[in-house]
Design a protein around this ligand. Sequence first.
Ligand code: AMP
Length: 590
Amino acid sequence: MLPRMTTPTEAPTPPTFADLGLPKPILDALAEVGYEAPSPIQAQTIPHLLADRDVLGMAQTGTGKTAAFALPILARIDLKLAAPQALVLAPTRELAIQVAEAFQRYASHLPRFHVLPIYGGQSYQPQLSALRRGAHVIVGTPGRVMDHMDRGTLSLHALRWVVLDEADEMLRMGFIDDVDKILKGTPPTRQVALFSATMPPQIRKIAQTHLKKPAEITVREKTATVANTRQRYWLAQGVTKLEALTRILEAEPFEGMLVFVRTKQDTIELSTRLEARGFACAPLNGDIDQRTRERTVARLKGGSLDIIVATDVAARGLDVERVSHVVNFDVPTDSESYVHRIGRTGRAGRKGEAILFILPRERHLLRIIEKATRQTIAPMELPSADAVQAQRMAKLKDKLLETLADPKLVETLASIRNVLADLEREKEVTILELAAGLAYLNDPSAGSSAGPSPAAKPALSAVEGPRSLPTGAGRGKISDEPRSPFIAKRRHEGDAEEHRGAPRVRPAKRSEGLETYRLEVGSSHGVKPGNIVGALANEAELDAHNIGRVQIFDDHSLVDLPEGMPKEIFKHLQKVWVCGQQLKISRLRK
Ligand code: AMP
């Protein structure tokens, strides 16, 4: 809570996860994941599900709906009972895996918790053995779930919760009859939560037939005006979000900037990276004590700080006239947060700028925001490398003129002038040449258009990579330009002989970012961390110390590897066998 920074005109502080009645192991997991406060759909749904009420929720992907149903289920799951207690139906294999992974993340403090994704296309055998061993939560596509029910391999006698995720998508994909049948085959005492972005009549009918007096939840999309603020969005592709932000910071004149990210860890990670690139930047999140937060805001007001990287909660009520720009580095989970965020600029009648970074898969959120603000958000091009360079030169000129006009420097400049005059005489160089040399010494990048600004250089080496940063959900997410440790030897025509077998890679530096990969081998196949590290070390020719955390689950494992794995290694690792299983490596989706 930020009582001293909240003015009476601001929206009331939202509830915390603890306020919603979630137990400690879940709260501990959420703290590790870095969520600061429930999103609106979570705040509205969780209390109903905890109170045994059915829920009919209108919610899109990106609103936090997965946690809205996963958290209350995990809060009440009986870990001692190794039978499916929750069944989540999802339209696609990808979503089923994503939801299963979310359950696993939120259950990190629930010992021996098992979630099992089952979907079509995967061979039955591993699913059957995993089902026999018992899972607390099943996340499946309707067709495959029906199959298992028909074969008698999925027993739903202990089922307490059914979730229909993206029900309208299941309808669109022709699964609705299966969904209906599955629901009929579940115990009448189970609780149902149905989530859908839209409510076509067929979905309403499912709700009327199978839900008991559901709490209907729609996240209010309050319309709001943001008159003084120009809104633009950048569709994030081509370069990383960090690179995009750096270009904006270098090329776009700004006074103070607020950058919004999703988690507490990300505030620290991004702020550290921006500082390393020479920007006066600090994080602001709910874990930082009140005095430090107030000092940070005062520094932004006073001008000793130009950028604050914040979470929604921490920036609530923040009122600093100097904020000329708000950047939504991560898209918010609801349009109200968006309106609140961009309301931090355009204060006191000034003009403000709001920039939204949006991933291609988040485009639908852009439309929702436009609807809520009743304004179109214009696409923007990133400043070109030339524009960045022009801005650097303009800054250099300003700095030079300021220095020449500084009365405190009169004597110092006079003696430098004497040295230069001597040089001009003795070495026959022009003053212009000498000035160019000095400008280079001051800033080696002044005349070239590549690379981050020079102030970054000493700091960059001091703040390397995710391993020196706090661990958590954001680890390695904010990636720098690719500096991959996987430097596979290039395959040339005609030298296939030399490169037959495993592709070669250079060992990674410890400082590189990591990303998580899924391997289709797990404890049920008898795999141990050593097998995985050994196989990856051999097949990808990575040094074992560059292989990060290995987590082994029943039928799969997760492993953190340096970012930027080349395609050929990725393809090769798909086919590598470990403990009788092909790894079928896949990149974990965030
Ligand atoms: P979903 O709509 O469930 O796909 O979630 C969209 C994204 O929001 C995911 O990356 C989640 O990890 C993230 N998320 C969910 N709840 C929260 C929260 N309370 N605070 C911050 N991020 C969240």
